[in-house]
Structure formats: C-alpha cells, structure tokens
Design a protein around this ligand. Structure first.
Ligand code: SAM
Length: 376
C-alpha cells in the first residue's frame, strides 16, 4: 500500500520534523467503517488517514545513507535493495511505498501482460520503480532501453522502459540514486516535474510518436489529480488498444481482438479513497459524453463517498457516475486541463490489499478495450 499526506507536499516547515525527530506511525485511528462514515458519508472528501504526515522529514535522506552503508552487498541487486528499503522502513516506522502484497499483485499483472512501456506517476524514493522495473530486463533482455532512446529508434517496437514522474526535486534525486544502486539506471527514467504538464509533453520528451500507446500505467501520486491526469493521458492518445492510424475497419477489429489495451493500475482507491477517479474510469461513454458537454466546474463540488461496507458494494458502485466532481480541475494540475476521451471503454476489477492502518484498500485495475466503434 502507499499513502501520502493530503496535499502531497511535505511539511512547509521541515525543521519541525528535525526538532521532533522521525515521527512514528500514528496509531489509534478509527475503524475503516467509521472513517468512511465519519466524514459525513456522501458529503466527506477523503479519509482522515490522508492527512497523516508520512514524508518530507529526514527519513528519506536517511534512507540513502542507510543504503550507501550497505552498498557493497546490495549494489546491482534489485531484490537486495528492496529488502534493505523494507528493513529501513521497519526501523523508521513508515515510508509511503507500495506494500508487499499489493506489489506482488502488480508484479503478477506485469508477468501476465508483459508490458514494454510502463509509466508511473509518483516515484517517491524509487521503491515501486525498482520493484516493477526489475522485471523488464528479465522479460526483454534485448530491449532498447531509455538510455538508448533516440529519434532513430522512435516508434521501434523493441523499445522497453519504466518512466516515473516525481514532482519533488529531493525525492526525484533520491529515486535516481536508489534506481542506480539497484542497477536499473538504464531501464528507469525518472522525470522530475509536476505530472500534468509533464504528461502533456510526454510524447515529445520521450520521442514517442503516435500511435504508440503505453502498455501499463501505475498511478500513485496526488489523489485529486488522478482523474485530470488520466484525461490528459487520454487526450494525448497514450492510452488505447487499437492504433489510431487510418486502418480498414476489418483490420481494426482483428487488431482489437489480438492487441492488449493499456492497463491502468490506480492505487489507494478505497483508502484514502478516490470517488472521482472511480466514477470516471467506470462510467459509460454515454455518461462521459454528457458530462464533457457540461464544461468545467470552478470550485470542487462536495465529494461523493459511498457508504460501502463490502467489497461487492465497492465493485458495483460508481457504475453510473456521479461524474460531477470529475469536471473540476485541481490547482495542482498547473492550468493543464484534461478533456478526456469519452469514447474509450475500460473493463476492470479491484486488486486487494490490506492497508497498514488496518482495513481493506485496493488498486483499481482498468484495461482499455479501445474506442466505441473499434469493436470495444
Ligand atoms: C505515495 S508516493 C509514491 C510511492 C511510490 N510509487 C512507491 O510505491 O514506492 C506519492 C509520490 O507522488 C509525488 N507527487 C505528488 N504530486 C505529484 C505530482 N503532481 N506530480 C508528480 N509527483 C507527484 C509525491 O511527491 C510522492 O513522492
């Protein structure tokens, strides 16, 4: 599981953490049901767990020191680096990194789907990047990796890589060090920047011509940005199944049959929860078209949070929206508004996890089936 502080930026007064030392993980939170209902059920925004301070103190630079002290035994060995980070996490109480059970679920998905191009939103210290990117050289020993990407091999099917976007300069720097230590410097490209504008120019940055799409996306950054960033990815044609080139319809249907659509894995959709994202990714094209025609909202609407107490209830919620809050563009998107492509169809399920705070959390897994009219 991963968690983050509510606005995803560390405390504005880092010295406060230094004065207090590394804060232990807070205990004594209410039960999950109480959290969901406690913020007013339908009127609440996110679970209180989202407001814990999980990062931004000396624990991240401390991780680098810890790993450097062990480098003779961990260098070049991704599993040893992951174990050392986990060991360190036990010592400091908490790091907002993907949990082992969820990590295993995503690993299984990667092994099944064999993605070549994976995008991650939110690198933090590079733990999930090492966890998932280490599978790429195993699957594609002869791939062309980001360090070799250039205009000549743009669009080449052998391009393989793990791209991770991280907003905080210090975390991006740490993630690079961790990835290098794991021997994955050639496989992983960390982009230091705010996700939404970075996504807008990602094709150009990566020299990745249309109609190439991403094979997998792991969304694990600022929760209110999930929906707008997904829409930007849709706008940029980075999500899909059938290449958008002008193909004969019959050929399109055949490709749609064999092709693998982009697989999107969005973390923490139950805890702290992300109703807007679930509403959008699960909505029908018709509902999305209607919502898109209404334009943007100037202020965030009251968030819908269903009072679901079972997984079955979560699974069946949001099928018909509401899409109201997906029309608001959070300020963290830095003025880049995603319009989205209502014609894209997704099929999905929830990947279980146990939240460290207790209770059930999940990733929403969505596989793009292509556009309406492409046989989707
Ligand atoms: C939960 S952590 C990611 C954990 C990581 N995926 C792992 O499992 O090891 C969330 C990260 O997203 C970053 N973040 C928040 N807002 C962002 C944005 N707009 N663009 C890029 N990164 C952002 C935060 O700085 C933080 O490092």
């Amino acid at each position: 599981m991963t968690d983050e502080n509510h606005n995803n930026t560390p405390s504005s007064d880092p010295s406060a953490f230094v004065r207090r030392g590394i804060p232990p993980l807070r205990r004594g939170f209410p039960a999950r049901g109480a959290m969901l209902a406690g913020r007013g059920g339908r009127g609440g925004r996110m679970n209180p767990v989202a407001s814990w301070n999980y990062s931004g103190d000396e624990r991240e630079p401390g991780l680098v020191e810890y790993l450097e002290a062990k480098q003779s035994t961990v260098r070049g060995d991704p599993d040893a680096v992951l174990d050392a980070i986990w060991e360190y996490k036990q010592q400091v109480g908490h790091l907002m990194i993907v949990g082992k059970s969820k990590g295993l679920g995503v690993e299984k998905l990667i092994r099944e789907r064999k993605p070549k191009l994976i995008l991650e939103l939110g690198a933090y210290v590079g733990y999930s990047a090492v966890y998932f990117a280490k599978l790429l050289p195993e699957m594609y020993p002869n791939g062309i990796y980001p360090s070799e990407w250039n205009a000549e091999n743009a669009g080449n099917e052998d391009r393989v890589g793990y791209i991770s976007i991280e907003k905080m300069d210090n975390f991006a720097e740490i993630a690079e060090k961790v990835v290098d230590l794991a021997g994955l410097g050639e496989v992983v490209k960390i982009i230091n920047g705010s996700s939404t504008p970075v996504l807008k120019s990602l094709r150009k940055t990566l020299n990745m011509p249309a109609p190439t799409t991403l094979d997998m996306i792991f969304i694990d950054h600022h929760k209110p940005l999930y929906t707008n960033d997904l829409k930007v990815l849709e706008d940029e044609g980075l999500i899909g199944k059938v290449p958008r080139a002008a193909l004969l319809s019959i050929l399109k249907i055949l490709i749609a049959w064999y092709a693998q659509g982009t697989c999107i894995v969005a973390d923490n959709v139950v805890m702290p929860g992300n109703p807007a994202y679930l509403s959008y990714i699960r909505a029908t094209p018709q509902a999305k078209r209607q919502s898109a025609s209404k334009g943007i909202l100037d202020n965030p609407p009251a968030s819908f949070h269903p009072n679901c107490s079972t997984k079955e209830e979560w699974q069946s919620s949001f099928r018909d929206g509401p899409l109201e809050e997906t029309r608001w563009v959070p300020p963290d998107s830095e003025g880049v508004r995603g319009k989205g492509n209502p014609e894209l169809v997704y099929e999905g399920w929830m990947l279980d996890d146990v939240h460290e705070a207790g209770g059930w959390d999940a990733c929403e897994v969505s596989i793009c089936q292509g556009e309406v009219g492409d046989g989707a």
